[in-house]
Design a binder for this molecule. Structure first.
Ligand SMILES: CC(=O)N[C@H]1[C@@H](OP(=O)(O)OP(=O)(O)OC[C@H]2O[C@@H](n3ccc(=O)[nH]c3=O)[C@H](O)[C@@H]2O)O[C@H](CO)[C@@H](O)[C@@H]1O
Ligand SMILES: C=C(OP(=O)(O)O)C(=O)O
Length: 436
């Protein structure tokens, strides 16, 4: 297990370009399974989760060519479906969340899709009911081996139907959508997730010959087609990484430019940071964060304490709440952070409390943060990254703290952040990777 050693208190400066979006890339890479033709994908982040998924596709027999650092071609013209029933697949498939999205394309194209219970962050219950209920509605038979936590769906043919998802699951919507594009007849998916990454997947599928309308809304219409062809697709910048860089800039009181962020796809994100009192300037498609000695949390119009909570898109993403929480520890004022979706994502605040932050964990979903307004700096400490976003939040805390901190279990951070230590060093941070 590797660690980061971080000497806090150094300012950052210059500019940073966000990586391609992890959660979009995971969907897009699964979609290449829908055709036997070549698909080119650009701006794929070089991170553990994405590389694990590419490995799984390789084991399945997909021909993969890396044409540059972040571009690949994939061709799924001769698959080894026996791999799906192997012990290796049980191990590989369970190591990340994104692997669940191979099921829809495999079911649609080959009549069967299997998956061990997928991994991902341990941030609370992560059920898959929405996915499998959707496949069943399309006509698949479902089985679950409880002992091995192994899921399977099979169908000779899928038939379009109307469905109302029980929740707007992101990976669930992507999975069902990828199955429905090759079903016979028309499918409607209501209460579909509609975040930019689902929009991107829909655009890619349409570029491959699918017939999806309603893109960007929570009601998708899919007219099934017989087959899909190849295409070229470019992944959007990672909005969660963009939010993380905003956190690093403001907690170190630095000026930073975040390049080519695709402002139109950031939804509530800029507004939420502005509610914390952070100045963000739109400069063409860049975000410029000026050096700020202090930022003051806005209250509601009636003077009551601000709440920042997550909600399915176009609400605020749950993946940035840990980062907002750490930023609030140095704001002027008080905020209630309400993590509605996941029940085990806020426990990392214990570490921030050890570092001197004023945080009250009200219950597993809610924490009140009383900011220091930089009147008192966080103290360096040794800590372990429990999940990807808590890990980055602890990294942000360490960059702003007095003294040298160690963060263990940084594989959690590497799951989603490309070369984070190198990129931080390039803009002035003192961070070292220690291979234990
Ligand atoms: C690989 C990937 O893309 N992972 C993302 C994806 O995970 P993933 O697709 O697994 O997450 P889901 O959208 O299925 O749901 C996330 C959690 O929110 C709950 N829920 C969901 C919808 C809803 O209307 N109400 C509700 O409470 C679910 O029960 C679940 O506990 O979306 C999550 C929610 O944006 C993100 O945190 C993950 O980073
Ligand atoms: C929760 C996350 O990822 P995953 O769904 O892959 O666990 C995340 O990216 O914050």
């Amino acid at each position: 297990m590797a660690s980061f050693k971080i000497e806090g208190g150094h300012k950052l400066s210059g500019s940073i370009t966000p990586q391609g979006a992890k959660n979009e890339a995971l969907q897009i890479i699964c979609a290449v399974l829908l055709t036997d033709k070549k698909v080119t994908v650009n701006n794929i982040p070089n991170i553990i989760d994405v590389n694990k998924l590419i490995f799984i596709l390789g084991e399945l027999g997909v021909k993969i060519e890396k044409i540059s650092k972040n571009s690949y071609t994939f061709q799924a013209d001769d698959l080894n479906l026996n791999y799906l029933e192997s012990e290796e697949f049980k191990r590989d498939g369970s190591s990340l969340r994104g692997s669940i999205m191979i099921v829809g394309p495999l079911l649609a194209r080959f009549g069967k899709g299997y998956i061990p219970r997928p991994g991902g962050d341990k941030i609370g219950r992560r059920r898959l009911d929405t996915h499998f209920e959707g496949f069943i509605r399309l006509g698949a038979t479902f089985r679950y081996n409880k002992e091995e936590s192994f899921y399977g769906v099979e169908a000779k043919e899928l038939f379009g139907t109307d469905m109302l998802l029980d929740e707007a699951s992101v990976t669930g919507t992507a999975n069902i959508l990828m199955a429905a594009v090759l079903a016979t007849g028309t499918t409607t998916i209501y209460n579909a997730a509609c975040e930019p990454y689902i929009q991107q997947l829909s655009k890619m599928l349409n570029a491959m010959g699918a017939k999806i309308t309603g893109v960007g809304s929570n009601l998708l219409h899919i007219e099934g087609v017989k087959s899909l062809h190849g295409c070229e697709h470019t992944v959007l910048p990672d909005m969660i990484e963009i939010g993380s860089w905003i956190g690093m800039a403001v907690m170190t009181r630095s000026a930073l430019t975040i390049k080519n962020v695709s402002w139109k796809d950031l939804g509530q994100i800029p507004n939420v940071f502005r509610k914390l009192g952070i100045k963000l300037e739109k400069r063409n498609d860049d975000i410029f964060i000026p050096e700020q000695e202090s930022y003051e949390i806005q209250n509601y119009i009636d003077g009551s304490v601000l709440t920042i909570s997550d909600a399915p898109w176009p609400g605020f993403t749950p993946d940035l709440l840990s980062i907002v929480l750490v930023i609030a520890t140095q704001a002027k004022g008080t905020v209630l952070i309400h993590q509605k979706m996941f029940e085990s994502r806020l426990f990392f605040v214990d570490k921030l409390i050890d570092m001197g932050a004023k945080v009250i964990l009200c219950d597993p979903h809610r924490a009140t943060v009383i900011g220091h307004d930089f009147q008192s700096m966080l103290k360096a400490t040794n800590m372990t990254s429990p999940d990807i976003r808590a890990g980055v939040s602890l990294l942000i805390a360490a960059l702003s703290a007095k003294g040298t901190s160690i963060i263990n279990n940084i594989e959690q951070i590497d799951r989603g952040y490309e070369d984070i230590d190198q990129r931080l060093r390039a803009i002035g941070a003192k961070i070292e990777r220690i291979e234990n």
